[in-house]
Design a protein around this ligand. Structure first.
Ligand SMILES: Cc1ncc(COP(=O)(O)O)c(C=O)c1O
Length: 465
């Protein structure tokens, strides 16, 4: 080990004698992510720092270049190198001011910068050139006829959903449609909705804002434990059957049948959140639960994962008995998805550009998941990866005795944002409940994904030492 101080900034930089580049890179990253090197701080010239540390100038220049490419630093010829000023998101570290997390591995996110720009803009240009003037008026509350037609074909072909164009309602996102459906249920007299005990707090807040009480049901290795529904007096159950969020387990065939029987018996509805149903990495594709009971299941899909959240479009396939009530809530809310975006998405789907976008991401995410599996097996064999090979995230179960918070902290020190399973828990965990870290491998850019996963595994290994 040699040690050095950045001239003028008085920073402690421990360097490994055998791997000076890697350790310098890690040290700078850690100083930025803890806020010790604040946004805007200017780094010394590569030559000066190299002299200070007793290492080659090129080593420092390469580290600066790599950290600049990853977004930690910014550089301009003649002006020097400084800590980047535009973090995309923030991880708070132990009460300090939020610092940028250059490696974001939180669950449920996709790398929005990897948007299919060229294809989307070609479809947008074409739509704007060819659409009749009437297409620029108020869109129908349920969505444009063209998009509902395209979606009906798409969800039937890719997810086996039983659907006609009249069953669809287009919204601005999953949350928007969840809110409409909950308000419709509330209007019909519903009081309670069952939700999986692990999920997004944001969704539980949407449910509460619609005037319903969310009540948790357990999740185990077969998905949501639906037997408990009988005693809950719930008017609906919100489930993620394809790939439970965030534990990753699919709902077993027996439970799929059981939940549909419960809905039929009790006049309840199942809300099927199919947020990442297109992202399966093995050959067995399990279709949507909705096909088992189109009269009892509301199917919900979103363009946020295959395209980007900024597209602002999602869709619900609604049972006939509920459709009018959902539409009434859409109208009462006074807002609808932008007509122009709906026209563009319809063309995008019809030309199979949507399928191509899904396939491209699927290949990328599969490779990331396999890399994580390999790195974990090599470095921390006592940790294990759980959840079906699908979707945008998986669950890493920690070796016995290792605390979630220690891994989250060790990751944050390396600039990696992750959340423990307990962050997604509805209510307090019971004693002996498994702990783990939810790793969202969909969020980093392709250039940063490998390093993000390496740093995460290093954090698990450190916490497990
Ligand atoms: C489980 C789950 N459902 C639904 C969504 C929301 O999709 P949207 O972006 O359409 O609101 C997400 C996104 O994070 C998710 O993780």
């Amino acid at each position: 080990m040699s040690e050095g101080r950045i001239t003028g900034l008085d920073l402690h930089l421990p360097l490994s004698g055998t791997r000076p580049a890697r350790s310098l890179e890690d040290a700078i990253r850690s100083l930025v992510s803890t806020g010790a090197l604040p946004v805007g701080a200017r780094l010394p010239a590569a030559r000066a720092l190299a002299a200070d540390l007793g290492i080659a100038r090129n080593t420092v220049a390469d580290v600066y270049a790599r950290l600049t490419a990853e977004g930690w630093l910014e550089a301009r010829v003649g002006a020097g190198t400084w800590v980047a000023a535009s973090p995309a998101a923030v991880v708070p570290v132990a009460g300090r001011p939020a610092a940028p997390p250059p490696f974001d591995l939180r669950g449920g996110l996709v790398d929005a910068s990897d948007f299919a720009y060229a294809s989307w803009s070609a479809h947008a240009r074409q739509a704007l050139a060819e659409l009749p003037g009437t297409a620029f008026s108020y869109p129908p509350a349920a969505g444009t006829a063209a998009l509902r037609q395209s979606l009906a074909v798409y969800v039937a072909r890719t997810r086996g959903v039983a659907v006609g164009t009249d069953d669809l309602v287009v919204g601005t996102g999953f949350g928007d449609l969840l809110s409409l459906v909950c308000r419709a249920l509330r209007e019909r007299g519903a009081r309670r909705i069952a939700v999986e005990e692990y999920g997004h707090d944001r969704h539980r807040r949407i449910i509460a804002a619609a005037g319903l009480e969310a009540v948790p049901i357990a999740v185990d290795g077969d998905g949501a434990v639906v037997d408990g529904l009988e005693d809950l007096d719930a008017a609906a159950a919100l489930l993620t059957p394809a790939h439970q969020f965030p534990t990753g387990v699919p709902l077993s065939a027996a439970r799929r049948r059981a939940v549909v029987e419960w809905a039929r018996r009790s006049g309840a509805f199942v809300l099927e959140d199919d947020y990442d149903g297109e992202f399966r990495y093995d050959r067995r594709s399990i279709g949507a639960l909705q096909a088992l009971a189109p009269d009892r299941v509301v199917y919900l899909g979103t363009a946020s994962k295959a395209l980007a959240p900024a597209v602002g479009l999602a869709w619900a396939v609604v049972p006939t008995a509920l459709w009018q009530d959902v539409l009434a809530q859409r109208e009462a809310g006074g807002a609808a998805a932008a007509g122009i975006h709906q026209h563009i998405l319809a063309r995008f789907i019809d030309s199979f550009a949507y399928d191509r976008a899904v396939r491209r991401r699927r290949a990328e995410f599969r490779a990331r998941r396999e890399l994580l599996e390999r790195l974990l097996a090599e470095r921390v064999p006592s940790a294990s990866l759980h959840g079906l090979a699908a979707g945008l995230q998986c669950l890493v179960r920690l070796p016995e005795g290792v605390a979630e918070a220690d891994v989250v902290d060790a990751a944050a020190r390396r600039g990696v944002a992750v959340l423990g399973l307990s962050e997604y828990r509805f209510g307090a965990a019971e004693d002996g409940e498994p702990v783990g870290i939810v790793v969202g491998y969909g969020a980093p850019t392709p250039a940063r994904a490998e390093r993000a996963l390496e740093l995460f595994v290093e954090a698990v290994a450190t916490a497990a030492e």
